[in-house]
Design a protein around this ligand. Structure first.
Ligand SMILES: [Zn+2]
Length: 287
């Protein structure tokens, strides 16, 4: 019996793809410090940059420890640097959409409430998949989300899948991209079956459609830039995108015209589903 069991493990292990784990951040920074101080000359700027990176890395570690006690424990945005370059090639290299379907509601303010994710239409019972490799941080019932699964993808990046009719994973379980987490449904505060999908960075919700090309089910780029404005709102963009900071009196139409695009193209680039009021000091992707 034991041998049969062992053979099953070996055979199944042979076919299973291993989970890619992000490189250990501590060792990356130790290496960077070593490299810098092995140089003949170091500029004050180089030391300052390294200091900023290490400070930021400590914040990520702080979040990793704090979140054990709460579903999301956002790092206050004022503690974060104005812009952070993130490499998602480990976390999100095998990205897939959680479900193929029509997006019925986008990220952002609607009816005086902040919608922290996107809504994707589905039929009750449709399979909902993990968008990338990671570890299940939460799987269970939680408030308006109903049955919800939270996946930790490392380095402060997490995804959330809400209103499920059935959960098929357990807390602490490692999951692979495309693995079925549960079945779509209508639990919690929900009108009709749909998937509420969130992308969070250090506990802060960001617009998933500003880095995901949903129709193609892929990322714009593996490297992304996370930026905060003077209201401490976080924005996430592909690293090579051209970004404009909106000014008082500007609107989407004006910006679209000045960059030679139509308003629909500009909305699409910024992951906006329905017309949205543009506040001053909002980061807008223009290219
Ligand atoms: Zn929603």
């Amino acid at each position: 019996m034991f041998f049969i069991f062992l053979i099953i493990i070996i055979v199944s292990g042979h076919f299973a793809r291993a989970i890619k784990s992000p490189p250990d951040a501590d060792s990356i920074y130790l290496k960077k410090i070593d490299e810098l101080f092995e140089k003949q000359e170091i500029t004050a700027k180089e030391i300052e940059l390294l200091y900023k990176e290490i400070h930021y890395h400590e914040l990520v570690k702080f979040y990793e420890n704090k979140k054990q006690n709460a579903l999301f424990w956002p790092i206050p945005a004022k503690w974060l640097p104005d812009s952070i370059l993130l490499d998602l090639s480990y976390n999100f290299s095998d990205y897939c959409n959680p479900i193929q379907g029509v997006i019925t509601s986008g990220f952002g303010w609607r009816d005086g409430r902040m919608h922290k994710g996107i809504d994707i239409d589905l039929r009750k019972g449709d399979p909902v998949k993990a968008v990338a490799d990671g570890t299940v941080r939460f799987a269970g019932k939680c408030g308006g989300w109903g049955n919800v699964v939270v996946i930790d993808h490392g380095h402060g990046i997490e995804t959330l899948y809400a209103h499920l009719s059935k959960i098929l994973v357990k807390q602490g379980q490692q999951v692979l991209s495309e693995q079925i987490l549960g079945k779509g449904g209508n639990t919690g505060r929900s009108r009709g079956p749909h998937l509420h999908f969130e992308l969070r960075y250090l506990g802060h919700p960001v617009n998933p459609l500003s880095l995901i090309k949903f129709e193609e089910a892929e990322l714009y780029e593996n490297k992304v830039l996370c930026m905060k404005n003077n209201r401490d709102e976080l924005f996430i963009f592909p690293a090579h995108a051209r970004i404009h900071l909106s000014e008082k009196g500007e609107n989407w139409r004006k910006i679209a015209k000045s960059c030679g695009k139509n308003i629909k193209e500009l909305y699409h680039l910024n992951g906006i589903i329905r017309p949205l009021y543009l506040k001053p000091n909002t980061f807008v992707r223009v290219e």
